[in-house]
Design a protein around this ligand. Structure first.
Ligand code: KG4
Ligand code: ZN
Length: 342
C-alpha cells in the first residue's frame, strides 16, 4: 500500500511516499528556516504563505523521487492538527483536492501520533504496549500506547515544552535559530557537570521546565556581574544534561512501573545526541527495548504522517469529506480520523 503523507502544521513544508507503513520511498522537506530566522521564531502568517509557495514543488519532487504517479497512490494522509491553523489549512486543502481528483482514500492524522509512528520507519510495524516519550517544540509528554492503538497520558509538562526550553535558552545564549540543534552542537565542547541546574518534579511523571530556564538565565547574569569568563559550552551542556536527566529518569520509571518493556522516544528533541546516548545506556541497563527514529525523522516530516495514516487506512478508516483542521488536538484525542470543522 503506497501512501502519500503531507505535513504543514508548522514551519516545514513536507511530503513523503511510504510503502506499507514502513518503507520510505521518498521524503522531501522544503525548509522555511531562512524565512523565519529574521524573527527568531516561527511567524504563523509567514509560515502559511511559505507553505503555499513550497507545497506543490515539494509534492512534485516527492513523486518524482519516489518513482510514482498520483494514480499509484492507495491513500493520502495529511496532518489535521495540532499546529498553526493557517498552516494546517494549506496542507489539508491540497490533500483534499488530490483525494477528490484521484478518488483516493483520505485520512487525517494527528501530528503527535505521527511523531511516535516515525519509529515504524526504522523498526517495522509497532507492537504495543509501548511507553512513549514525545518531546517537540510545542509538546512534552510521557504516554502509554496500548494494544488498541490508544494513548494514555502518564505525565506531561506543566509549563514549557522541551523544544521550547531549548529554543529560548539558545536565544539567550546568542545562538542561532532554531536553538535545539545549536545547543546540542556547542554542548559537545562543554562539561555537563559544571553547573547543577534544578531537576524539577522529581518522583512525578510530569515535567516543569520554566524553573530550569530561569536558573540558566540567573546563572548567566551572575557570571556576567562577577566578571567571570562565560563558559558557554558548559552552561549549554549543563542545561541540556538537566533536561536529559529528567527525561530519561521519568520515561524509564514509567516503563518499569507499568511493566512495559519497550520505550519509544520521538519528536524534534529526540534528535538530541546526548538524549539518545543516555537513553541507549538506560534502556540497556534496565533491559528495555528502545525505539527511536533516526535524527532526520525525529523533526517534522511527511513520512511520519504517511506511516501513522497507513495504520488507520489498513483498518479501513477514512476521513469524511468535511474533514477540518483541529489546532488543539492532543495525543489522547488521536482516536478518531476527524470530521467537521473541529
Ligand atoms: O517535532 P519538531 O520538529 O516540531 C514540532 O512539532 O514542534 O520539534 C522542533 C523542536 C525545536 O524546538 C528544536 O529546537 C528541537 O525540536 N530540536 C532539538 C534538536 N533538534 C531539534 N532539540 C535539542 N537537540 C536537537 N538536536
Ligand atoms: Zn512536530
Amino acid at each position: 500500500m503506497l501512501v502519500l503523507g503531507i505535513e504543514t502544521s508548522c514551519d516545514e513544508t513536507a511530503a513523503a511516499l511510504v510503502a506499507d507503513g514502513t518503507v520510505v520511498r521518498s521524503n522531501v522537506i522544503g525548509s522555511q528556516v531562512e524565512r523565519h530566522r529574521p524573527y527568531g521564531g516561527v511567524v504563523p502568517e509567514v509560515a502559511a504563505r511559505a507553505h503555499l509557495d513550497l507545497l506543490l514543488p515539494v509534492l512534485d519532487r516527492t513523486l518524482v523521487e519516489g518513482g510514482a504517479r498520483y494514480s499509484d497512490l492507495d491513500g493520502i494522509a495529511v496532518t489535521r492538527g495540532p499546529g498553526l491553523v493557517s498552516a494546517l489549512l494549506v496542507g489539508l486543502a491540497a490533500a483534499k483536492s488530490l483525494a477528490l481528483a484521484g478518488d483516493t482514500p483520505l485520512i487525517g492524522v494527528n501530528h503527535l501520533e505521527g511523531h511516535i509512528y516515525a519509529t515504524q520507519l526504522e523498526y517495522g510495524l509497532l507492537e504495543p504496549p509501548i511507553i512513549t516519550l514525545l518531546m517537540s517544540g510545542g509538546h512534552t509528554s510521557i504516554a502509554l500506547l496500548d494494544e488498541g492503538g490508544t494513548f494514555e497520558t502518564i505525565g506531561q509538562t506543566v509549563d514549557d515544552a522541551a523544544g521550547e526550553a531549548f529554543d529560548k535558552i539558545a536565544r539567550f545564549l546568542g545562538l542561532d535559530y532554531p536553538g535545539g540543534p545549536e545547543i546540542d552542537k556547542v554542548s559537545r565542547d562543554g562539561d555537563p557537570t559544571a553547573i547543577r541546574f534544578p531537576r524539577a518534579m522529581a518522583g512525578s511523571f510530569d515535567f516543569s521546565l520554566s524553573g530550569l530556564k530561569t536558573a540558566v538565565i540567573r546563572e548567566l547574569r551572575r557570571q556576567e556581574a562577577a566578571g567571570e569568563h562565560l563558559d558557554l559550552p558548559s552552561v549549554a551542556a549543563s542545561f541540556q544534561e538537566a533536561i536529559v536527566d529528567v527525561a530519561v529518569d521519568k520515561t524509564v520509571r514509567a516503563a518499569l512501573s507499568r511493566g512495559v518493556e519497550q520505550i519509544a522516544v520521538a519528536g524534534g528533541v529526540a534528535a538530541n545526541s546526548r538524549l539518545r546516548a543516555r537513553m541507549v545506556e538506560a534502556c540497556e541497563k534496565e533491559g528495555l527495548r528502545l525505539l527511536t527514529p533516526s535524527p532526520a525523522l525525529c523533526t517534522d516530516n511527511g513520512a511520519m504522517i504517511a506511516a501513522a495514516g497507513y495504520n488507520r487506512l489498513v483498518q479501513g478508516q477514512r476521513s469524511p469529506d468535511d474533514l477540518g483542521v483541529d489546532p488543539s488536538l492532543t495525543l489522547e484525542s488521536s482516536g478518531s480520523p476527524g470530521g467537521g470543522q473541529g
